[in-house]
Design a protein around this ligand. Structure first.
Ligand code: 5RP
Length: 260
């Protein structure tokens, strides 16, 4: 377990995970139509990749040396009934055979499927403990992005940690330190739908890191950007080098100019 965690969280205690799992309920998401093409330029700057087994098998070479966090929940779609109605879709044996560093699933607290998704988490943790496999809980908010406040996200993160998640992924929000303080395991930030400017992304990453996040699991605001590599490198500068949002934005502009 400790070895797998060390593969994910770098020596400085921080991490940049690259999620390309969105297709498991969204289908061919914009700029992720071809996962291999999207991922390849970003891999060198990613500490780990968050992906389903289907995309791992089809779109990532076995010689890839980056740690994998395997998305093991699903069973819903954007056009179906309720996104929260998830089951565990991939066995622990499969995760081990795929030699992954962690498994991840969503929990939908406050939804009709709260109990189901929380017991999915508990079951996965039970299995993970048998094999030394960390579980990352994704505190999903479905389509209701207005739920992104410290009280709700703090509740979700704490419950996920209480049930045994080794790391919790949530969204950045105002007063993010309240989310982190109430959660006894490391917290990482997702990005959510693409926002208007690069600076906005860099500012919330900077703010969240200062308030105690250990890193990011941030997808669309990187690979839906017109300049994904400059974007991930700017984010890395904040997460791993302690740069401010302003400094990271300068790096983004420089790299963007070079790539034009
Ligand atoms: C999608 C996920 C994503 O991994 C997570 O939301 C991070 O990606 P983004 O930054 O695009 O929100 O769990 O189901």
């Amino acid at each position: 377990m400790a070895n797998r965690m060390a593969q994910l969280i770098q020596d400085d205690g921080h991490c940049v995970f690259m999620p390309i799992d969105h297709g498991y309920f969204q289908g061919p998401t914009r700029m992720l139509e071809n996962p291999r093409r999207t991922l390849e330029p970003l891999l060198p700057y990613s500490d780990a990749v968050f992906v389903t087994r289907g995309v791992l098998r089809s779109s990532i070479d076995p010689g890839n040396t980056k740690p994998i966090v395997l998305r093991v929940s699903g069973g819903t779609s954007m056009v179906g009934g309720d996104l929260a109605n998830e089951a565990i879709t991939t066995s622990m044996e499969e995760a081990i055979r795929l030699n992954v560093s962690a498994v991840g699933l969503s929990v939908f607290i406050g939804s009709d499927y709260e109990h189901q998704t929380l017991t999915n988490l508990s079951r996965l943790v039970n299995e993970g403990e048998q094999y030394g496999m960390p579980v990352m809980a994704v505190t999903a908010v479905g389509r209701e992005m207005e739920k992104r406040d410290a009280r709700y996200l703090g509740l979700c993160c704490r419950i996920a940690a209480e049930l045994g998640a080794k790391v919790v992924k949530t969204y950045w929000c105002e007063d993010f330190e309240k989310v982190v303080e109430g959660c006894p395991v490391p917290v990482i930030m997702a990005g959510g739908p693409q926002v208007d400017t690069e600076l906005e992304v860099l500012e919330f990453v900077d703010d969240g890191m200062q308030r105690g996040a250990i890193g990011v699991n941030l997808g669309r605001n990187i690979w839906q950007n017109e300049h994904p590599v400059p974007m991930i490198r700017a984010i890395r500068q904040i997460v791993h080098e302690g740069a401010s949002a302003g400094e990271a934005h300068e790096l983004f502009q420089t790299l963007k100019a070079e790539s034009n």
